[in-house]
Design a protein around this ligand. Sequence first.
Ligand code: NAD
Length: 480
Amino acid sequence: MKTIEMYVNGEWCNSSNEEWIPVTEPSTGSELARIPRGQSKDVDIAVNAAKDAFESDAWRSVKPFERGRMLTEIAAKINENRDELAELESTDVGKPLSQGYADIDAAIRYFEFYAGAADKVMGDTIPIEDGLLDYVVREPVGVTAHIVPWNYPIQILSRSVAAAIAMGNTVVVKSAEDTPLTAAKIAEYFDQINIPKGVFNHVTGYGKEAGASLAAHPLIDHLTFTGSVETGTAVANRATSNVTPVTLELGGKSPNIVFADCDIEKALTGVTKAIIQNSGQTCSAGSRLLIEESFKDEFLDKLVARFKELSIGPALEDKDIGPILNEKQYNRVMNFLEIAEEEGNILAGGGPVAPKNGENGCYIEPTIIDNVAPDSRLAQEEIFGPVLAVFTFKSAEDAIDLANSTDYGLVTGIWTQNINKAHLLSSRIRSGQVFVNNYGAGGGIQMPFGGYKKSGFGREKGWIALYNYTQVKNVAVRYD
Ligand code: NAD
């Protein structure tokens, strides 16, 4: 079994207690690797290394455009190793191989995008009075912590790490214990380029141990957390006690709103992809379908037919749907399917799929549940599986109310040919992103991403995320 090490202060290391966590392959249930079970002592060493690096002349003297070049080098290394990384991500998370490739390509784009931005974030001058020059500079915040979930490991690491380094910060990443393998590869690439030691650090371990220690560390200057609402709340509480600013990217219960005047083929493809991608284990999964009542039967008949044709299998076979991450996630989804048996009307799927040839992966059929009560758990809670809950509406106003009827507000899809309806709904729906006649805009590296309501606060991706990793200093200079 492969042993993965942590990367701290330019060195590869194990945890201080020399204990290990097994990493399991979702497609087969077999062990892929083992990682160090990082402890608070290990986190402390990593944070101090990042702090020393931040305060060093070696890092301060790197010019912004040179930081950009370093990020470009990382992008190039990801690209050179694209096949290996896609296979690794796909094996580690259980996502179909083509989705593994899409994630690697997104990671390349994040490093490229923020590489280009490194020397383009500018300050301001403010007119006050004659004899007083007032200017505003954006400085790096310092040591940034990045707690990453298991479902899109390389993408989520890349989007915040690249932005933080572009702005001159140093970084401590805590990867998810279930899917740490591509983070270790990124550490390898940082090790290969000429960047001061301690600028990029990767610690591994359980959330309640390494993650909690990182969130509570007093030397952290900014914390980016991506994960569940429950953990995000705990993490934010810890950070707040040190007055550490946080960006929270949390869950969703995102609706696809389908009007009778939509392009039906495009809507069918968009709605299907939005819930089966990564077996529905996606924060922005389109897990609610809101259909105009007059169009319901026609659309649902076609959608059910599509769901029944979807193929399921191990990640590297690149079927439409791969396994669920692990038994814990599987049991969670199955629990919701039991509720669906009692409360709803299951139109497609609804159960497990046996893995092949004695393998132990957990697979679940893509499922459509009709007649879901808008206030039920099926309607309100993030299931994190390939499970779509269906609702109907009569008017645009009804659609808006239904769309806004959960605690979440991450993403919304609107399918209509009517420009008035598209704009009316876009303006009235409370979610961080709205897609009209598409869902996801092909990854949207450049577009701000984040949640309204319990889906989080702050934004990642795009230019705006750079500001998470800067702080503003105002300087007023009196001259005669
Ligand atoms: P999670 O909250 O269980 O874990 C996320 C990370 O936090 C992991 O690295 C974990 O080890 C760590 N962690 C766990 N407990 C911790 C603690 N007490 N203190 C500090 N760190 C701790 O989430 P998950 O199951 O890995 O990911 C799924 C969730 O993430 C879903 O809710 C999904 O919607 C959300 N998510 C959001 C986005 C987004 O950008 N909005 C993207 C992907 C996933």
